[in-house]
Design a protein around this ligand. Structure first.
Ligand code: FE2
Length: 216
């Protein structure tokens, strides 16, 4: 294990959080927009499934690879860590409940099921937003000073490896969508050169086509 450096660059998590805020913020409207429209519920259902998985992976990565290290090193107020855990549990319960409805709704576009999922997401959003903000403001500065580069990199690898190869370019589109030029360049430094090229050649177009269809 290498010694903690002058500070790990944790900004990539802010980009990941933007995807979560943006896409979960839109989900209630998208579920409602597909009421009784099975062609559309297939499109929205696939997107929602991907985003539920993205959020679940993000949280399990933190649960397994981040929070234990912070607790072990007593880097943070235990009460804050307990709150982080409780927020994860609360959001995870909503993810599980939506995930249980999703396959049936994707096939049927049943309006009542869509409304239940929309309400579940809406109910979880305040906790999710508070959680992401507090993590950015209070956890990431400590992470930067406490973790080694390899410990931080393990979190990124955990997230990336959970995304199927065929979906990585689209997810890259999501992650860089709201990034400014400097953020985009910084993030792309951790992306292998062939993937950067593939994104320019085909990924960005695929991302734009998909999100245009999804957002309507
Ligand atoms: Fe996070």
């Amino acid at each position: 294990m290498s010694a903690p450096g002058p500070g790990v660059d944790t900004h990539e998590m802010v980009l990941i959080h933007r995807v979560i805020r943006r896409e979960f913020g839109q989900l209630p409207r998208l579920f409602r927009s597909a009421a009784d429209d099975p062609a559309r519920s297939k499109v929205i259902g696939a997107h929602a499934r991907e985003m539920l998985h993205f959020l679940h992976t993000h949280h399990t990565g933190e649960d397994e690879l981040l929070f234990p290290l912070l607790r072990e090193r007593a880097a943070l107020d235990p009460e804050l860590m307990d709150r982080m855990d409780a927020q994860h549990a609360q959001v995870d319960a909503a993810v599980t409940a939506v995930g249980a409805e999703l396959p049936g709704w994707t096939a049927s576009a049943d309006a009542a099921a869509g409304e239940r999922m929309a309400a579940l997401v809406e109910a979880a959003i305040p906790t999710l937003i508070d959680h992401l903000s507090e993590e950015e403001q209070r956890i990431l500065p400590i992470v930067s000073a406490t973790l080694t580069q390899s410990e931080w990199d393990a979190l990124g690898k955990h997230g990336m490896s959970a995304i199927p190869l065929t979906r990585r370019l689209v997810i890259l589109g999501h992650i860089t969508e709201e990034a400014d030029d400097a953020e985009r360049q910084r993030f792309l430094q951790v992306v292998p050169a062939p993937a950067r090229l593939a994104y320019r050649l085909i990924g960005h177009r695929q991302f734009t086509r998909e999100t245009t269809a999804i957002r309507g």
